[in-house]
Design a protein around this ligand. Structure first.
Ligand code: CO
Length: 160
């Protein structure tokens, strides 16, 4: 396993749309392993492949309640409600912004063995799923800011 370099928001790759994974092979397994290690090293809640320069629809999330979730070709199939959150991103260290996320989501995707996984989530996990799937579409949380004043600089780094 290896800790990969997380690209900054200034890198054009993180604003591109990622492609679906056609075949889950050893390369994808290694990518998942490296992404989990990279997310942990950075102290993040989630990581999407384009953040490490790989334009494939692959995400990893780790929360204290759920442990590690690895999803290939993830999709948000249902989103309900709305809440305001303060969100950060490993591509934009030192900043958090106030944006709106869903209260709950239903998501689906494939695990590393190609089996379909369905997840019903709320709170932090719902937020993380929306945040990481956004990355696959080239979107960062700052793209959801209604007002640039809703972005603020932190003394410490965000963990998202
Ligand atoms: Co992010």
């Amino acid at each position: 396993m290896a800790v990969l370099t997380i690209l900054p928001a200034s890198n054009p790759l993180v604003h591109k749309k990622s492609k679906r994974v056609a075949k889950i092979d050893k390369t994808i397994h290694k990518l998942l392993d490296d992404m989990v290690e990279t997310m942990r090293a950075a102290g993040g809640v989630g990581l999407a492949a384009p953040q490490v320069g790989v334009l494939l629809r692959v995400i990893v999330i780790e929360t204290p309640e759920e442990g590690v979730i690895e999803l290939i070709n993830p999709e948000i199939i249902k989103a309900a409600g709305e809440r305001e959150v303060e969100e950060g991103c490993l591509c934009l260290p030192g900043y958090i912004g106030k944006i709106k996320r869903s209260l709950g989501v239903k998501a689906k995707g494939l695990d590393r063995d190609g089996r379909e996984v369905r997840i019903k989530a709320d709170d932090l996990l719902a937020e993380a799923l929306e945040h990481e799937v956004d990355h696959l579409n080239g979107l960062l949380f700052v793209d959801h800011l209604e007002n640039i004043d809703d972005l603020r600089k932190l003394e410490t780094q965000p963990a998202d």
